[in-house]
Design a protein around this ligand. Structure first.
Ligand code: SF4
Length: 454
């Protein structure tokens, strides 16, 4: 056992959207691994301790070992030649790398998309239509006295959400912690999270929209038929009680998950919940926020939004950004066969995308950046081994409440970061595209202006 032990305080866990930045890591510097983690949950502990340095080549081209520089050249050539290239994911990397990936997609007139398109994409669409009464998790901790979890199971997916922000911590206006809060869980089944809720409301699968719309009616003083119990599985008296609690609380929060956004109704469900939060502000302070999964998926939404005006599923082929989920989202572009090259950053879509999309991944040249070997990296024409963000790489990530958090890496990696690789690919692409009339890179004064639609 090495003697060279280092303690890293206030390290940031990037496993889930809670982005807990109070971890204390014990690092064996010589062996390049984290041996102990304090203040974490089981998921965070696994994230930190299982990301040591693996003995892998820096890059593979067609399965053969290559240097990073050779792989950068091969990747740039693929992207420069492609007619409809897609860049996917960005949710498990730094915002600095995300920014570079958007610049590349812009430069090559391709698509940029993130895991949001397969998780809270419907919420992103609903935000545009309804707006968002929002907050930080610090406000929830200090002020919230009614917390409603809708369509999620944070006890297992975000284990420290309850203890750090939402349920038990003592806050400025919640000095007695758990005793000062009422917790409600609305879900289709009784999960582990139901054990901590004061009120559990079981809704029939696919009936969230009806339930939310009935709550809107009750909150606004309308009448709801007792038939609602048959439709949704929730008795009218339970709904009336919840509506009354919502109107009379001091500071209410709805934290919603994919059980709401990825079931029947999708963006209508998210929109109904956001509209309910807006309605409640006639009576009290009420906010709503999606509970996000990947460590920096919120950063991906932020970066793609501030670079393009849209959160995901963006296409640059006309020289300006266009947003069209269902057309420019990665699953759809692969399944329809439109995409002719793909750059996948820190994700493994080959392990969870639909069959047709995966079949297309077998056919097109793929560039994959990942610290580990995955099903997707095995399909890659060019595969980079990268350093892990947060453990080896500094930078910025966004917590699920849009608060930017700095990373404090534990030890160095011999592999480059996503940002370094993407920057190198971008530089080489600039040279390659400058030689191609009509495909000049962004920032090149000779770049033709895109024709705007009539
Ligand atoms: S709750 Fe999420 S961010 Fe916090 S320690 Fe656990 S896995 Fe990491």
């Amino acid at each position: 056992m090495s003697e060279n032990i280092r303690i890293v305080e206030n390290a940031t866990c990037t496993f889930c959207g809670c982005v807990c930045d109070d971890q204390v890591l014990t690092v064996d510097v010589d062996e390049h691994r984290i041996t102990k983690v304090k203040n974490t949950c089981a998921l965070g502990r696994a994230w930190f301790t299982e990301h040591g340095i693996e003995d892998r080549p820096p890059a593979l081209i067609d399965g053969r070992e290559a240097t990073t520089a050779e792989a950068v050249e091969a990747a740039a050539q693929i992207l420069a030649e492609a007619k409809f290239p897609i860049t996917y994911v960005l949710s498990d990397t730094t915002s600095e790398a995300q920014r570079e990936a958007v610049a590349i997609a812009d430069m090559i007139g391709g698509c940029i998309d993130t895991t949001t398109s397969v998780c809270h994409g419907p919420s992103g669409i609903a935000f545009e239509g309804v707006g968002e009464s929002t907050m930080s998790l610090g406000e929830v901790k200090n002020r919230a006295d009614l917390i409603i979890f809708w369509g999620g199971n944070p006890a297992e997916s975000h284990p420290r959400l309850f203890g750090r922000y939402a349920l038990t911590p003592k806050g400025m206006f919640t000095p007695n912690g758990r005793k000062d809060r009422t917790a409600v869980l609305v879900d289709v089944r009784r999960t582990k999270s139901a054990q901590v809720a004061d009120i559990f409301i079981q809704v029939k699968p696919g009936k969230d929209f009806e339930l939310l719309w009935a709550l809107r009616a009750l909150v606004r003083g309308g009448r709801v038929s007792p038939d609602i119990a048959q439709r949704t599985g929730v008795p009218l008296a339970t709904l009336e009680d919840l509506a009354e609690r919502m109107k009379s609380c001091r500071y209410g929060v709805m934290l919603f998950g994919m059980g709401l956004t990825m079931t029947r109704g999708r963006h209508f469900n998210s929109g109904a919940l956001l509209a309910l939060a807006n309605d409640l502000n006639e009576f009290t302070h009420f906010v709503a926020k999606p509970v996000r999964g990947h460590g920096n998926v919120t950063g991906a939404d932020n970066v793609v939004s501030w670079q393009t005006g849209f959160p995901f599923g963006v296409n640059f082929s006309r020289g300006y950004p266009r947003f069209n989920p269902g057309e420019f989202t990665t699953v759809d572009l692969l399944a329809t066969g439109d995409a002719d090259a793909a750059m996948i950053i820190a994700s493994d879509p080959a392990s969870n995308f639909p069959k047709k999309a995966i079949e297309r991944m077998h056919e097109i040249p793929m560039i994959v950046l990942d610290p580990k070997e995955t099903q997707t990296s095995r399909l890659a024409k060019v595969a980079f081994t990268t350093a892990t963000y947060g453990i080896n790489v500094p930078g910025t990530v966004y917590r699920m409440d849009d608060v930017a958090i700095p990373l404090r890496p534990a030890f160095d990696s011999p592999y480059p970061s996503d940002l370094e690789i993407l920057t190198a690919i971008k530089r080489r692409l600039q040279e390659l595209l400058a030689e191609k009339p009509g495909r000049r890179p962004y920032g090149d004064p000779r770049r033709p202006h895109a024709a705007l639609p009539a």
